[in-house]
Design a protein around this ligand. Structure first.
Ligand code: MN
Length: 354
């Protein structure tokens, strides 16, 4: 019923149901979805893999570019600037801290990424971070918030990635980024080397998860404790993806329309479609559900930064599996920049005269 909030009618003829419909009509008629030619992508490659233990995810950015991302964005009318790949500091001594692995490398890499995202935002683009592993969301979201102010975060993933360093089973930071970013968990995250540059910047009320299906007990406790909005795969099954996205937008807009940060882990998509990733989990989003999420978020006109992470070409068992994963990642990004499955055409298109 969140869709009816903010609309009050005292007129006895206007039922709550029709009031809600009226509000939805108003919402739609006042809203002009962006055309791809009004969008510009600032692309940052973040070939970083030290937030987890499997080699290969550092080649994600170049594989996604090689699949034609930039050309295809430009063909659909988007302006594109490629900021290239970041380089990251190596740490010879990076012993675990309170069980968390390669903390210094992750902290340093994310500080660089945060600065890069701030540059891209100040240049006026929608930021695109090509990962790399999901620990990169720390710097990406931090930089986005530093440049754009308070954000809404839509986290599409099989996992919640909200373990604290003290609850993590694996010690891998790609399973922890959201705990560093949430104000409400500040007192639960110990001080870590190379993290003094960052402070939490996301409220748990501005976060929505979609696609969860592999959540640790501590993570589940945190999500319930903070009352985080979660559309697990059960809710996707129950409501359908269209209702999930409608409710996501209604929920995020209850207080204010803020810039949206989409953090899309390719492992949200079912491994039958996107198998080349570090921690695949059966029972995920279909290709179509994945695209629908991006189409809907683009149509809000508020999508301001996107992470596409955890594409790991070395985890594909065949070249076909790698191709399917990478091309799904490209299509997700095209959807974020206005590609519609109904088709698109340029604003100045005219039919050839015979
Ligand atoms: Mn993730």
């Amino acid at each position: 019923m969140s869709g009816s909030r903010g609309f009050r009618s005292n007129h006895p003829c206007v039922s709550m149901q029709s009031a809600r419909t009226l509000q939805q009509l108003l919402k739609r008629s006042l809203h002009h979805p962006p055309h791809p030619q009004q969008l510009s992508a600032g692309i940052i490659g973040a070939p970083f893999s030290k937030g987890q233990s499997r080699d290969g995810v550092e080649s994600g950015p170049d594989r996604i570019r090689a699949a034609g991302l930039l050309d295809r964005l430009q063909l659909q009318g988007c302006a594109v600037k490629d900021y290239g790949n970041l380089t990251f500091e190596d740490f010879v001594l990076d012993e675990p801290v309170r069980g968390s692995k390669r903390v210094r490398a992750v902290g340093s890499a994310n500080q660089r990424l945060s600065e890069a995202v701030q540059t891209v935002k100040r240049d006026g683009h929608t930021a695109v971070v090509l990962g790399g592993d999901h620990s990169l969301a720390i710097g990406s979201i931090h930089g986005h918030a530093a440049a754009a102010g308070p954000l809404s975060v839509v986290w599409v993933d099989a996992h919640a990635d909200v373990n604290t360093p003290l609850t993590s089973y694996t010690g891998n930071l790609h399973g922890q980024p959201m705990s560093y970013l949430l104000y409400e968990l500040r007192s639960k995250v110990p001080e870590l080397p190379n993290f003094s540059w960052m402070k939490p910047c996301v409220s748990s009320r501005d976060l929505v998860y979609v696609g969860l299906r592999d959540v640790d007990p501590a993570e589940h406790y945190i999500l319930k404790l903070l009352g985080v909005k979660v559309f697990s795969m059960s809710q996707v099954d129950q409501l359908g993806v269209a209702r999930v996205m409608e409710e996501t937008c209604d929920y995020l807009w209850e207080r204010a329309k803020k810039p949206i940060h989409l953090s899309f882990d390719i492992d949200a998509i079912d491994p039958s479609v996107a198998p080349a990733t570090g921690t695949p989990v059966v029972g995920g989003l279909s290709y179509r559900e994945g695209l629908f999420i991006t189409e809907q978020l683009c149509q809000t006109g508020l999508l301001s930064a996107v992470d596409l992470v955890e594409v790991n070409p070395l985890r594909g068992q065949t070249e076909g599996q790698v191709h399917s994963t990478v091309s799904t990642a490209v299509d997700i990004l095209l959807g974020c920049f206005g590609r519609l499955r109904e088709g698109n055409h340029l604003l100045d298109y005219s039919l050839p005269e015979p």
